[in-house]
Design a binder for this molecule. Structure first.
Ligand SMILES: [Zn+2]
Length: 140
């Protein structure tokens, strides 16, 4: 009778642990030296949990639920199929069109570069021969 009871407990624990696995809580095979009495580890939150009771409590915590949602989103994104050639062409077309409409022209680019060069020249001229520190700050 005692053996049957033990078997039943084992089965119960297995079912409980299967439930916990869905929340990424696993029994630790090698107890962490910092937490020798903690039997479970939540891999989503990286927290140690003492026992089954604590694990159930942990599942209901807001922090764990939030981490679970994030993990799920991550998994779903990773599971997305690679884009098809047609989709890539469509993205390319949108990027090129946006660059044409919003991007700066070659001439604008050169003009900006020359302004930067002139600014550098002005700064060098005004700062050369001066001691660094107070003078520079007052000039700026
Ligand atoms: Zn957790």
């Amino acid at each position: 009778a005692q053996l049957a009871e033990e078997a039943e407990q084992q089965l119960g624990l297995r079912q409980v642990e299967e439930r916990l696995h869905r929340d990424h809580i696993h029994r630790v095979t090698k107890p962490c030296p910092e937490y020798p009495n903690y039997q479970y580890l939540c891999r989503v939150c990286s927290v140690h949990i003492e026992n089954v009771h604590g694990a159930y409590k942990h599942i209901k915590e807001k922090r764990h639920k939030k981490n679970m949602t994030e993990k799920q989103e991550e998994t779903e994104l990773r599971a997305l199929p690679a884009p098809s050639a047609g989709q890539l062409r469509a993205v390319d077309a949108v990027v090129m069109e946006t660059a044409r409409q919003q991007g700066i022209s070659e001439r604008d680019f050169e003009e900006r570069a020359s302004v930067v060069a002139r600014m550098e020249e002005v700064i060098k001229t005004h700062l050369s021969g001066r001691a660094p520190g107070g003078d520079i700050i007052s000039w700026l």
